[in-house]
Design a protein around this ligand. Structure first.
Ligand code: PLP
Length: 264
């Protein structure tokens, strides 16, 4: 890519009208990372910083139409998938992306919101594993999502994380970034598993309630960096450092009385 070209990054995800997670977080992240953001909606949620009160799905064939229209006209440098809601939408997205295998794809397997609301139907986990994992350049689960994908208990230490990341890799993605933010203690290490090795990214937990949309923003930042042409380890390192700054800056915001958003 010529240096003057700005990368075009597409998010396929759900809406959070309070602006902290979902498509809104993705677009803010794309802009903050110096890329041009685009968004295909899979679902509308009604929510604020205190929780999700409703979900309204976009018909699966219309999700596919949105994706096809974007690709028919725009050179897409990377894609991020977030909330994908139902098995029908998983199938539609997988079919629409099947002819774009060379575009880097960050798959954030969004399942449950912080408040406990389900953002992915139970039967859709199977479809996600079968249809979307094999298309992913990198899969970015947190510990509960990894446990749900593998059908086992959550990892509680680094050895278990390394083991689960390797077994998720065997399900088909080219890499797995397993995020340790839910580990006990004050460390928050992430592990990146690729065919040849494991790489650890260290992090210290930031003490704040304002973590709404952290996973959405991290996967979007990785997509933006991949779209700019960085290697995956470099993209992960840059994205993690960006998110750490956005979490630290969140106390400057006064948005709602629950889990507040990040400051992009
Ligand atoms: N709402 C939407 C539309 C999302 O995509 C996500 C997460 O990916 C969430 C809510 C959950 O955000 P959090 O668990 O960070 O509060």
């Amino acid at each position: 890519m010529a240096e003057t070209t700005i990368a075009n990054i597409l998010s396929i995800a759900g809406s959070d009208p309070s602006g902290g997670a979902g498509i809104q977080a993705d677009l803010k992240t794309f802009a903050a990372r110096g890329t041009y953001g685009m968004a295909v909606l899979t679902a509308l949620t009604a929510q604020n910083t205190q929780g999700v009160s409703g979900v309204h799905l976009v018909p699966a064939d219309f999700v596919a139409t949105q994706i096809r229209d974007v690709f028919a006209d725009v050179r897409v440098h990377a894609v991020k998938i977030g909330m994908i809601a139902s098995a029908d939408i998983v199938e539609a997205v997988a079919n629409a992306l099947a002819t774009h295998r060379s575009t880097p794809l960050v798959l954030d397997p969004v399942m449950v919101a912080k408040g406990g609301a389900s953002l992915l139907a139970r039967e859709a986990v199977d479809a996600l594993t079968r249809r979307l994992l094999p298309l992913a350049t990198v899969l970015t689960p947190n510990l509960p999502e990894a446990a749900a994908l593998l059908g086992e208990a959550e990892a509680t230490d680094r050895d278990a994380m390394a083991d689960q990341a390797s077994r998720l890799l065997a399900l088909g993605p080219r890499a797995v970034l397993l995020k340790g933010g839910h580990l006990p203690g004050n460390q928050s290490p992430d592990v990146l598993a690729t065919r040849d090795r494991l790489r650890w990214f260290e992090g210290v937990r930031v003490l704040t309630r304002n973590t709404h949309g952290t996973g959405c923003s991290l996967s979007s930042a990785i997509a933006a960096e991949l779209g700019k042409g960085r290697t995956l380890p470099d993209a992960v390192a840059a994205a993690k450092s960006y998110i750490a700054g956005a979490v630290r800056g969140s106390d400057a915001l006064a948005v709602g009385s629950g889990h507040g958003p990040l400051h992009h």
